[in-house]
Design a protein around this ligand. Structure first.
Ligand code: SF4
Ligand code: SF4
Length: 221
């Protein structure tokens, strides 16, 4: 899931400036779980904006705000309120903001209320951990399912570096060096021979942006 954090309200007001008729979008998926864009946060935002003299023309909390088709449906279903709107404020990740901006078209401005941070595993309810940076060239088969590109602050694909001390990372001594964690896991699997191979430099051509995917079998439906 995508982790988000709230922007400060003063920054949001700065973006909205003279805009007085605001329509809000939340997100009932990742942002709801981060407590940044669910029903409660949308209600809180409505109250804050109204206190500043803004009119909230309406709000939607789609199941997934990154789902562009769903956003278009919300636009159709709320067209009267949206016709009175002079700006949208989106409490969702950047993909959600883009989906709303595309549906709004060129004339109506769209502003993010959140900052998008990273892709995370949910380790426990309310606990999130960054485990993958979506590099497009996955090496986890050689690293025991642990990502050095993400978990080593230097992104080293051959480690550990010379700064590792007593199994800890020189960048943050609170953390285990990820290469020691990888070593222990591969040892437990009887696969230490994997570490004898020097990993080649990452192929960044796999992550040239923007990336796009069409799943042909689904696209035909
Ligand atoms: S190697 Fe790349 S794709 Fe694989 S987990 Fe790490 S960042 Fe994600
Ligand atoms: S100590 Fe380990 S995790 Fe930290 S920067 Fe060096 S190789 Fe990366």
């Amino acid at each position: 899931m995508i982790i988000t954090k709230k922007k400060s309200f003063s920054k949001i007001l700065e973006c909205l400036q003279e805009r007085g008729q605001i329509y809000l979008f939340g997100c009932n998926s990742c942002a709801e779980q981060c407590e940044t864009g669910g029903e409660r946060e949308v209600k809180e935002m409505v109250a804050l904006l109204e206190k500043q003299g803004k009119k909230v023309t309406g709000s939607s909390i789609p199941d997934e705000t990154c789902y562009s088709m769903l956003i278009k449906k919300h636009f159709r279903e709320n067209k009267e309120a949206i016709a009175e709107t002079d700006a949208f404020l989106v409490l969702a990740c950047g993909a959600g903001v883009k989906a709303v901006a595309d549906a709004a078209g060129d004339a109506q401005p769209v502003f993010p209320a959140l900052d998008s941070l990273y892709l995370a595993n949910v380790t426990r309810y309310g606990h999130f951990f960054e485990g993958c940076s979506l590099c497009g060239d996955c090496v986890l088969g050689e690293t025991g399912g642990i990502c050095p590109h993400t978990l080593c602050p230097k992104g080293l694909l051959n480690g550990p570096c010379g700064g590792m001390a007593n199994g800890k990372c020189e960048v943050n001594m609170e953390n285990d060096c990820v290469w020691i964690v990888i070593y222990r896991r591969l040892k437990a699997q009887g696969r230490l021979d994997v570490l004898k191979k020097i990993a080649p430099p990452k192929d960044y051509s796999n992550s040239i942006k923007p990336r796009m995917l069409v799943v042909e079998s689904r696209a035909k439906k």
